[in-house]
Design a protein around this ligand. Sequence first.
Ligand code: PHE
Length: 340
Amino acid sequence: MLASSIEELESRSLERIAAARSAEELETVRVDAVGRKGRLDQFFKEMGKRAPEERKSAGQRLNAAKQKIEAALESRKAEFARAALGSRLDAEWLDLTLPAPGPRRGHAHPITLIQRELEELFASLGFAVLDGPEVETEYHNFDALNIPADHPARDAQDTFWLEGGNLLRTHTSPVQVRGMERLGPPLRMIAPGRTFRNESVDASHEHTFYQLEGMMIDRQVSVANLIHFMKAMLTAVFRREVTVRLRPGFFPFVEPGFELDVQCLLCGGSGCPVCKQSGWVEQLGCGLVHPNVLRTSGIDPDEWNGFAFGLGLTRLAMMRYGIDDIRWLQSGDLRFLEQF
Ligand code: PHE
């Protein structure tokens, strides 16, 4: 009687252990079966009332049943623990070999790309890369460049004047002056940077744009030298032979002064909207440094001369990448920027 009840309890408990779906359910089974006031405990108590012969065999059965149930509880408990660990590892894994989730990779701005290329090119030709302030003195932006106060060229460059007499530089040419002051002759320098003019903004005009200034001072520098460097520069930027032409151009700080045009790369010179049907695109101003400019910065024009040029980096970037509206460049629009 007792024996069959024990057997029944054992097999019931084993079934319930196997069927338990969680550690909590398992615990209920445990308390019920082998807990201090559980079913097995009741059998032990009852056994005490039995005759000694019966007690012995019933005791063995009870202990055997208890061991079996406890073993089953243990292994089921271990299964739950393994499963819990498994799902935690699934949720909390950490792969130390993955690349760190740093900031998204950026893109250099098209103007920066061109600027860096030109810096490398000119550095390889022995030119120093100089920086100058964007807030300039009137002296560096105008006077030292042979543009006196009453000169119409000052009006031609619609200047943003600042309180106190300084200004936002209207070109990178003041860095010529700073280069001559700091380094003296012989001098090979370029100065890329941001420039400002009070213009109304449209598809081809911005109040803020980029130029690259260049200057070479040595003995017996000629227009032929100038043309050579300009062609080397433009060939490198456009990655092909370019045809250039010089037209007379007026800048007070050079004499003679030129406008240098490049034969339109889009139509090959036959005329298109980009070159306004002329076949040529105005690319830069240049010339031989005016003796007054050398003298003002303490360089003897009888001993030294040189060339200077000022290139519109913004326009160059537009030509190189086929950008048809200057306003894209400062729009900060990622749809535009991510193309480079
Ligand atoms: N500074 C002139 C401009 O901005 C360009 C230039 C530079 C012309 C050097 C001649 C020599 O228009």
